[in-house]
Design a protein around this ligand. Structure first.
Ligand SMILES: Cc1cc2nc3c(=O)[nH]c(=O)nc-3n(C[C@H](O)[C@H](O)[C@H](O)COP(=O)(O)O)c2cc1C
Length: 308
Protein backbone atom coordinates (compact mmCIF):
# COMPACT_ATOMS: atom_id res chain seq x y z
CA UNK A 1 0.00 0.00 0.00
CA UNK A 2 2.94 2.35 0.56
CA UNK A 3 4.97 1.22 -2.45
CA UNK A 4 5.35 3.92 -5.06
CA UNK A 5 7.29 4.85 -8.22
CA UNK A 6 9.52 7.89 -8.53
CA UNK A 7 11.21 8.69 -11.86
CA UNK A 8 11.38 5.03 -12.82
CA UNK A 9 12.60 3.77 -9.43
CA UNK A 10 10.43 1.55 -7.23
CA UNK A 11 10.28 2.85 -3.67
CA UNK A 12 9.01 0.89 -0.68
CA UNK A 13 7.35 4.09 0.61
CA UNK A 14 7.07 7.75 -0.45
CA UNK A 15 9.50 8.97 2.23
CA UNK A 16 13.05 10.31 2.12
CA UNK A 17 15.25 12.37 4.42
CA UNK A 18 15.77 16.13 4.10
CA UNK A 19 19.38 16.84 3.16
CA UNK A 20 21.59 17.74 6.11
CA UNK A 21 19.44 16.10 8.76
CA UNK A 22 20.48 12.46 8.26
CA UNK A 23 24.20 12.63 7.53
CA UNK A 24 25.08 10.05 4.87
CA UNK A 25 22.86 7.35 6.33
CA UNK A 26 25.03 6.52 9.34
CA UNK A 27 23.28 8.66 11.99
CA UNK A 28 20.06 6.86 12.90
CA UNK A 29 20.93 3.21 12.48
CA UNK A 30 20.20 2.53 16.18
CA UNK A 31 16.61 3.65 15.64
CA UNK A 32 15.60 2.26 12.25
CA UNK A 33 17.15 0.63 9.19
CA UNK A 34 17.95 3.00 6.33
CA UNK A 35 16.03 0.79 3.90
CA UNK A 36 12.80 1.50 5.77
CA UNK A 37 12.95 4.79 3.84
CA UNK A 38 11.95 5.01 0.19
CA UNK A 39 15.16 6.91 -0.66
CA UNK A 40 18.06 8.44 1.23
CA UNK A 41 19.05 12.06 0.61
CA UNK A 42 22.60 12.86 1.70
CA UNK A 43 23.97 15.89 3.49
CA UNK A 44 25.29 18.53 1.09
CA UNK A 45 28.62 17.95 -0.68
CA UNK A 46 30.95 20.66 -1.96
CA UNK A 47 34.05 20.44 -4.16
CA UNK A 48 36.48 21.29 -1.35
CA UNK A 49 36.09 20.21 2.29
CA UNK A 50 34.29 22.80 4.46
CA UNK A 51 34.46 23.23 8.22
CA UNK A 52 31.23 25.25 8.28
CA UNK A 53 30.31 28.44 10.11
CA UNK A 54 31.44 29.60 13.57
CA UNK A 55 29.55 28.27 16.63
CA UNK A 56 26.86 28.53 17.89
CA UNK A 57 25.24 27.02 14.80
CA UNK A 58 21.83 26.03 16.13
CA UNK A 59 19.15 28.07 17.91
CA UNK A 60 15.84 26.67 19.12
CA UNK A 61 12.73 28.76 18.41
CA UNK A 62 9.02 28.13 18.86
CA UNK A 63 8.18 25.00 16.82
CA UNK A 64 11.46 24.97 14.96
CA UNK A 65 15.19 25.63 14.83
CA UNK A 66 17.48 28.08 13.07
CA UNK A 67 20.69 26.49 11.77
CA UNK A 68 23.78 28.06 10.31
CA UNK A 69 25.84 24.91 9.78
CA UNK A 70 27.25 26.34 6.54
CA UNK A 71 27.60 23.08 4.59
CA UNK A 72 30.25 21.42 6.75
CA UNK A 73 31.33 18.34 4.78
CA UNK A 74 34.46 16.35 3.81
CA UNK A 75 34.52 17.51 0.15
CA UNK A 76 34.16 15.55 -3.09
CA UNK A 77 37.29 13.38 -2.93
CA UNK A 78 36.72 12.04 0.57
CA UNK A 79 33.04 11.62 -0.27
CA UNK A 80 33.94 9.44 -3.25
CA UNK A 81 36.60 7.44 -1.41
CA UNK A 82 35.03 6.92 2.00
CA UNK A 83 31.30 7.59 1.90
CA UNK A 84 30.12 6.32 -1.50
CA UNK A 85 31.26 2.71 -0.74
CA UNK A 86 28.87 2.64 2.25
CA UNK A 87 25.82 3.25 0.02
CA UNK A 88 25.58 -0.25 -1.49
CA UNK A 89 24.58 -1.65 1.91
CA UNK A 90 21.45 0.55 2.02
CA UNK A 91 19.81 -0.99 -1.02
CA UNK A 92 17.53 2.01 -1.73
CA UNK A 93 17.98 4.82 -4.27
CA UNK A 94 20.43 7.49 -3.10
CA UNK A 95 19.99 11.22 -3.74
CA UNK A 96 23.24 13.16 -3.40
CA UNK A 97 22.87 16.86 -2.52
CA UNK A 98 25.38 19.09 -4.37
CA UNK A 99 26.44 22.66 -3.62
CA UNK A 100 28.69 24.98 -5.62
CA UNK A 101 30.17 28.46 -5.15
CA UNK A 102 30.13 28.93 -8.93
CA UNK A 103 28.37 27.34 -11.90
CA UNK A 104 31.69 25.65 -12.80
CA UNK A 105 31.79 23.99 -9.38
CA UNK A 106 28.29 22.59 -9.84
CA UNK A 107 29.39 21.27 -13.22
CA UNK A 108 32.55 19.58 -11.86
CA UNK A 109 30.57 17.97 -9.04
CA UNK A 110 27.84 16.74 -11.40
CA UNK A 111 30.43 15.27 -13.80
CA UNK A 112 32.02 13.32 -10.95
CA UNK A 113 28.70 11.98 -9.66
CA UNK A 114 27.57 11.03 -13.18
CA UNK A 115 29.96 8.06 -13.10
CA UNK A 116 29.08 6.70 -9.65
CA UNK A 117 26.77 3.75 -10.17
CA UNK A 118 25.43 3.56 -6.59
CA UNK A 119 23.91 7.07 -6.83
CA UNK A 120 20.52 7.43 -8.55
CA UNK A 121 19.79 11.14 -8.28
CA UNK A 122 21.52 14.48 -7.97
CA UNK A 123 19.76 17.15 -5.92
CA UNK A 124 21.21 20.57 -6.76
CA UNK A 125 20.95 22.82 -3.75
CA UNK A 126 20.70 26.35 -5.14
CA UNK A 127 19.02 27.61 -1.99
CA UNK A 128 21.34 27.36 1.03
CA UNK A 129 20.92 30.53 3.14
CA UNK A 130 24.09 29.97 5.23
CA UNK A 131 26.92 30.44 2.74
CA UNK A 132 28.49 33.62 1.41
CA UNK A 133 28.86 32.49 -2.21
CA UNK A 134 26.45 30.50 -4.37
CA UNK A 135 23.56 29.04 -2.35
CA UNK A 136 20.50 31.24 -2.06
CA UNK A 137 22.05 33.90 -4.33
CA UNK A 138 21.74 31.38 -7.20
CA UNK A 139 18.28 30.13 -6.35
CA UNK A 140 16.68 33.57 -6.09
CA UNK A 141 17.92 34.82 -9.47
CA UNK A 142 15.98 33.38 -12.43
CA UNK A 143 18.83 34.00 -14.91
CA UNK A 144 21.41 32.18 -12.76
CA UNK A 145 18.93 29.40 -11.93
CA UNK A 146 18.45 28.75 -15.66
CA UNK A 147 22.19 28.82 -16.30
CA UNK A 148 22.99 26.34 -13.50
CA UNK A 149 20.32 23.87 -14.57
CA UNK A 150 21.32 24.10 -18.24
CA UNK A 151 25.03 23.52 -17.56
CA UNK A 152 24.51 20.69 -15.11
CA UNK A 153 21.93 19.01 -17.36
CA UNK A 154 24.49 18.91 -20.18
CA UNK A 155 27.01 16.91 -18.12
CA UNK A 156 24.62 14.89 -15.97
CA UNK A 157 23.67 12.41 -18.65
CA UNK A 158 23.26 9.25 -16.57
CA UNK A 159 21.45 10.53 -13.46
CA UNK A 160 18.10 12.09 -12.73
CA UNK A 161 18.34 15.78 -11.82
CA UNK A 162 16.38 17.31 -8.94
CA UNK A 163 16.45 21.05 -8.24
CA UNK A 164 16.08 22.19 -4.64
CA UNK A 165 14.29 25.53 -4.60
CA UNK A 166 14.47 28.43 -2.20
CA UNK A 167 11.34 29.72 -0.47
CA UNK A 168 12.86 33.23 -0.48
CA UNK A 169 11.25 34.30 -3.75
CA UNK A 170 8.00 36.06 -4.46
CA UNK A 171 6.82 33.59 -7.12
CA UNK A 172 8.14 30.05 -6.69
CA UNK A 173 6.25 28.93 -9.82
CA UNK A 174 8.59 30.97 -12.04
CA UNK A 175 11.65 29.09 -10.72
CA UNK A 176 9.97 25.68 -10.97
CA UNK A 177 9.00 26.37 -14.58
CA UNK A 178 12.57 27.39 -15.45
CA UNK A 179 13.83 24.08 -14.03
CA UNK A 180 11.26 22.13 -16.03
CA UNK A 181 12.10 24.05 -19.23
CA UNK A 182 15.79 23.21 -18.76
CA UNK A 183 15.00 19.49 -18.46
CA UNK A 184 15.27 18.97 -14.71
CA UNK A 185 13.57 15.68 -13.79
CA UNK A 186 12.06 16.80 -10.48
CA UNK A 187 11.79 19.69 -8.01
CA UNK A 188 12.36 19.55 -4.27
CA UNK A 189 11.12 22.24 -1.93
CA UNK A 190 11.38 23.98 0.42
CA UNK A 191 14.80 24.79 1.79
CA UNK A 192 15.08 26.70 5.06
CA UNK A 193 13.92 30.32 5.40
CA UNK A 194 16.51 33.00 6.40
CA UNK A 195 15.91 33.89 10.06
CA UNK A 196 17.64 35.04 13.25
CA UNK A 197 17.35 35.12 17.01
CA UNK A 198 18.68 37.58 19.60
CA UNK A 199 20.06 36.15 22.84
CA UNK A 200 18.50 38.26 25.63
CA UNK A 201 21.37 37.56 28.04
CA UNK A 202 24.18 38.66 25.71
CA UNK A 203 21.98 41.16 23.79
CA UNK A 204 23.61 39.83 20.63
CA UNK A 205 22.53 37.48 17.82
CA UNK A 206 22.54 33.86 19.05
CA UNK A 207 24.20 32.39 15.96
CA UNK A 208 27.88 32.88 15.19
CA UNK A 209 26.84 33.53 11.58
CA UNK A 210 24.10 35.96 12.83
CA UNK A 211 21.60 34.66 10.25
CA UNK A 212 20.60 31.05 9.68
CA UNK A 213 17.85 28.98 8.08
CA UNK A 214 14.54 28.33 9.84
CA UNK A 215 13.14 24.78 9.67
CA UNK A 216 10.73 22.54 11.55
CA UNK A 217 6.94 22.54 12.07
CA UNK A 218 6.69 26.36 12.05
CA UNK A 219 7.49 26.47 8.30
CA UNK A 220 5.08 23.74 7.20
CA UNK A 221 2.15 25.94 6.05
CA UNK A 222 4.55 27.94 3.85
CA UNK A 223 5.95 24.72 2.38
CA UNK A 224 2.47 23.35 1.71
CA UNK A 225 1.50 26.55 -0.09
CA UNK A 226 4.63 26.40 -2.24
CA UNK A 227 4.25 22.71 -3.12
CA UNK A 228 0.63 23.39 -4.07
CA UNK A 229 1.63 26.36 -6.25
CA UNK A 230 4.44 24.44 -7.99
CA UNK A 231 2.27 21.36 -8.54
CA UNK A 232 -0.31 23.53 -10.24
CA UNK A 233 2.16 24.59 -12.98
CA UNK A 234 4.72 21.80 -13.56
CA UNK A 235 4.38 18.25 -14.87
CA UNK A 236 7.59 16.91 -13.29
CA UNK A 237 7.31 15.29 -9.83
CA UNK A 238 7.89 17.12 -6.55
CA UNK A 239 9.65 16.11 -3.34
CA UNK A 240 7.88 18.10 -0.63
CA UNK A 241 9.44 19.05 2.68
CA UNK A 242 9.33 21.56 5.49
CA UNK A 243 8.26 20.78 9.04
CA UNK A 244 6.97 17.25 8.61
CA UNK A 245 6.42 15.75 12.08
CA UNK A 246 3.54 13.31 11.60
CA UNK A 247 1.71 11.10 9.10
CA UNK A 248 -0.93 13.85 8.85
CA UNK A 249 1.78 16.22 7.60
CA UNK A 250 2.91 13.67 5.00
CA UNK A 251 -0.69 13.29 3.80
CA UNK A 252 -1.00 17.06 3.52
CA UNK A 253 2.12 17.29 1.31
CA UNK A 254 0.91 14.41 -0.89
CA UNK A 255 -2.52 16.01 -1.28
CA UNK A 256 -0.84 19.32 -2.19
CA UNK A 257 0.95 17.55 -5.03
CA UNK A 258 4.22 16.06 -3.71
CA UNK A 259 5.04 12.54 -4.95
CA UNK A 260 7.60 11.95 -2.20
CA UNK A 261 7.91 13.66 1.20
CA UNK A 262 11.15 14.37 3.07
CA UNK A 263 11.51 14.34 6.84
CA UNK A 264 14.15 16.60 8.38
CA UNK A 265 14.30 18.64 11.58
CA UNK A 266 11.65 16.55 13.38
CA UNK A 267 14.03 13.55 13.29
CA UNK A 268 16.22 15.39 15.81
CA UNK A 269 13.49 15.26 18.49
CA UNK A 270 12.01 11.92 17.40
CA UNK A 271 14.48 9.58 15.67
CA UNK A 272 11.76 6.90 15.44
CA UNK A 273 9.53 9.15 13.36
CA UNK A 274 9.94 7.34 10.03
CA UNK A 275 8.67 4.05 11.44
CA UNK A 276 5.79 5.76 13.27
CA UNK A 277 4.73 7.65 10.14
CA UNK A 278 4.74 4.48 8.03
CA UNK A 279 2.49 2.69 10.55
CA UNK A 280 0.04 5.59 10.52
CA UNK A 281 0.07 5.87 6.71
CA UNK A 282 -0.81 2.18 6.41
CA UNK A 283 -3.70 2.69 8.86
CA UNK A 284 -4.89 5.65 6.77
CA UNK A 285 -4.88 3.53 3.60
CA UNK A 286 -6.97 0.83 5.28
CA UNK A 287 -9.42 3.30 6.86
CA UNK A 288 -9.88 5.21 3.59
CA UNK A 289 -9.91 2.10 1.40
CA UNK A 290 -6.95 3.27 -0.68
CA UNK A 291 -5.23 0.64 -2.80
CA UNK A 292 -2.12 2.77 -2.71
CA UNK A 293 -1.01 5.89 -0.88
CA UNK A 294 -0.09 7.47 -4.22
CA UNK A 295 -3.81 7.67 -5.05
CA UNK A 296 -4.02 10.89 -3.02
CA UNK A 297 -1.11 12.71 -4.75
CA UNK A 298 -2.39 16.12 -5.86
CA UNK A 299 -5.97 15.37 -4.80
CA UNK A 300 -6.33 18.87 -3.32
CA UNK A 301 -6.15 20.24 -6.87
CA UNK A 302 -9.16 18.38 -8.19
CA UNK A 303 -12.12 20.65 -8.82
CA UNK A 304 -15.38 19.81 -7.02
CA UNK A 305 -18.03 18.41 -9.33
CA UNK A 306 -21.29 20.29 -9.03
CA UNK A 307 -24.51 18.48 -9.90
CA UNK A 308 -26.94 21.22 -10.78
C1 LIG B 1 20.89 21.14 10.25
C2 LIG B 1 20.37 21.28 8.86
C3 LIG B 1 21.26 21.12 7.78
C4 LIG B 1 20.80 21.24 6.46
N1 LIG B 1 21.66 21.04 5.43
C5 LIG B 1 21.21 21.07 4.15
C6 LIG B 1 22.07 20.77 3.06
O1 LIG B 1 23.25 20.43 3.23
N2 LIG B 1 21.56 20.85 1.79
C7 LIG B 1 20.23 21.18 1.55
O2 LIG B 1 19.80 21.24 0.39
N3 LIG B 1 19.39 21.45 2.58
C8 LIG B 1 19.84 21.41 3.86
N4 LIG B 1 18.97 21.66 4.90
C9 LIG B 1 17.55 21.97 4.61
C10 LIG B 1 16.66 20.72 4.75
O3 LIG B 1 17.05 19.72 3.82
C11 LIG B 1 15.15 21.06 4.52
O4 LIG B 1 15.01 21.61 3.23
C12 LIG B 1 14.62 22.05 5.54
O5 LIG B 1 15.21 21.86 6.80
C13 LIG B 1 13.10 21.95 5.68
O6 LIG B 1 12.70 20.68 6.14
P1 LIG B 1 12.47 20.33 7.71
O7 LIG B 1 11.65 21.46 8.29
O8 LIG B 1 11.75 19.02 7.72
O9 LIG B 1 13.82 20.24 8.33
C14 LIG B 1 19.41 21.55 6.22
C15 LIG B 1 18.55 21.71 7.31
C16 LIG B 1 19.00 21.57 8.61
C17 LIG B 1 18.02 21.73 9.75
Amino acid sequence: MLKTKFLGYSLNCPLTTASGTFGYGECYQDFFAVNELGMLTTKGITLEPRSGNPAPRLAEVTSGIINSIGLENPGLIKFQEEIVPTFVAFNIPIIVNLNGKTIEEYEILAKAINNISSIAFVELNISCPNVKEGGILFGTDPVITRAVVKRVRQVLTKKKLILKLSPSVSDIRQFALICQEEQADAISLINTIPAMQINLATKKPTLGNIIGGLSGPCIKPIAIRMVYEVASVVKIPIIGMGGVSSAADVLEFLMAGASVVAIGTSLFSNPKLVREIKTELLKYCVEHQLKNISDIIGIAHQKEEHNE
